[in-house]
Design a protein around this ligand. Structure first.
Ligand code: DI6
Ligand code: FE
Length: 398
């Protein structure tokens, strides 16, 4: 039976917030109709009615950048950094990503899944219905496959659309210290090919940075992705400007992510390629970074900006996407409208999805009903979980 939602404030996200007081009819897993209650088509007269008591409804949130499959934690490194060590110094001393790699390799697939599900549940409770999950803490062919399988399984076990991203080019495995090129040839590319053969990959990412891979090495991963027909994205300009965004744009990347140190050339390249700029204020906050991403230039160039958690054990131990929205506003002076576009409309584009991110007839019925009346409240509160109810694919959460 169809479902009718009425007496709600809708932020449709078409043309700004697209605020309206219309009713919505959900039929199956799609939004079937939207309009004034008095114009309800006769076919939906008997739909199951839900009075939302004036609450705000938005598209369910989309977290387009996360690394939730890992074992262990990095609290000790947090302390080291508070005592003055930088993220790069910790990484070069064999800590950082590589310490999570050891813990992750040692963990069973079942344990990794249990951990990832806990994080996914927190995201669901925060209003997220689509989540991107990356590999990148295995760094052998077998371990990367293990992480990708776990990521896929999260989407089978929960009411959540999961997009899986291959990120074997996240760090140089300890067995390949000083031999990043060999790691690309022997692990990053073969693991991509093997994972793609098993349907475990939706997109391909890499970390382009002094402590990770050079643009030339990333380009080889991108060429392998292109040969497999897979879209790419990139961790670019997080700690320095290696021109990763320009490279990503050349490959028509879905997105360039982090981009604190991106220059005007990167902004122009993203504007030309139509790639999304993914803003990750949680990592900026955790690393006590001071270089702010070029928000004003991106805005002026019309580059769509998404906002994501980057949930990971090192630089962003956070699962709250509304907290990331708050940080995007407070730390980067994004507007609450931009923050919400960044977790709905533009986040969908960053994943190459066009069937979600707005409230409109024909879109997937993924909705978030909030304890709020105005969308700016979602960015304004700090660390709150303002979700009232979530609807995933036309079904209310139990
Ligand atoms: N940049 C990040 O912020 C995450 N990955 C990356 O390339 C951090 C990953 C970690 O520190 O575990
Ligand atoms: Fe990341």
């Amino acid at each position: 039976m169809a479902i009718l939602l009425h007496n709600a404030i809708l932020a449709t996200m078409s043309d700004g917030y697209g605020l309206s007081q219309d009713a919505i009819v959900i039929d199956g897993d799609q939004i079937a109709w939207m309009g004034g209650l008095t114009d309800l088509p006769a076919t939906y007269a008997r739909a199951e009615r839900h009075d939302l008591a004036g609450r705000l409804v938005t598209p369910a949130l989309i977290d387009c950048h996360s690394h939730i499959v890992f074992a262990g934690d990095r609290a000790a490194e947090f302390e080291m950094r508070l005592n003055g060590a930088s993220y790069e110094e910790v990484a070069r001393a064999g800590g950082g990503i590589l310490s999570t790699v050891s813990a992750t390799r040692a963990a069973s697939e079942a344990a990794l899944l249990a951990n990832a599900l806990t994080r996914a549940d927190q995201m669901i409770a925060g209003g997220v219905a689509t989540l991107e999950i990356k590999s990148g803490y295995g760094l052998t062919v077998a371990d990367e496959m293990k992480l990708l399988r776990v990521a896929r399984e999260v989407g089978r076990q929960r009411p959540l659309s999961v997009r899986v991203t291959h990120l074997a080019a996240h760090a140089i495995a300890p067995e390949y210290t000083g031999r990043a090129g060999a790691y690309i040839d022997e692990v990053a590319i073969p693991s991509l090919q093997a994972a793609q053969a098993e349907g475990l990959v939706d997109a391909v990412d890499a970390f382009c940075e002094g402590i990770a891979f050079s643009p030339a090495q990333v380009e080889r991963v991108f060429l392998a992705a292109q040969a497999l027909g897979l879209p790419v994205k990139l961790h670019a300009e997080q700690l320095s400007d290696l021109k990763g965004a320009v490279l990503a744009a050349r490959f028509k990347a879905l997105s360039a992510d982090h981009i604190e140190y991106m220059g005007v050339d990167g902004v122009a390249a993203l504007a030309r390629s139509g790639s999304v700029a993914v803003i990750l204020p949680g990592a900026f906050y955790t690393l006590r970074e001071t270089q702010i991403p070029p928000i004003a230039a991106l805005r002026a160039a019309g580059v769509p900006m998404a906002v994501a958690t980057d949930c990971n054990p090192g630089s962003a131990p956070m699962t709250s996407l509304t907290l990331a929205m708050n940080m995007a506003c407070t730390l980067f002076r994004m507007t609450p409208l931009e923050a919400l576009q960044g977790t709905t409309l533009h986040a969908a584009r960053a994943l190459g999805l066009h069937d979600r991110g707005q409230i409109a007839a024909g879109q997937r019925a993924d909705l978030a009903i909030w304890h709020a009346q105005h969308p700016a409240e979602l960015s304004y509160r700090i660390g709150a979980t303002p979700l009232h109810t979530r609807i995933f694919g036309g079904r209310f959460d139990a």
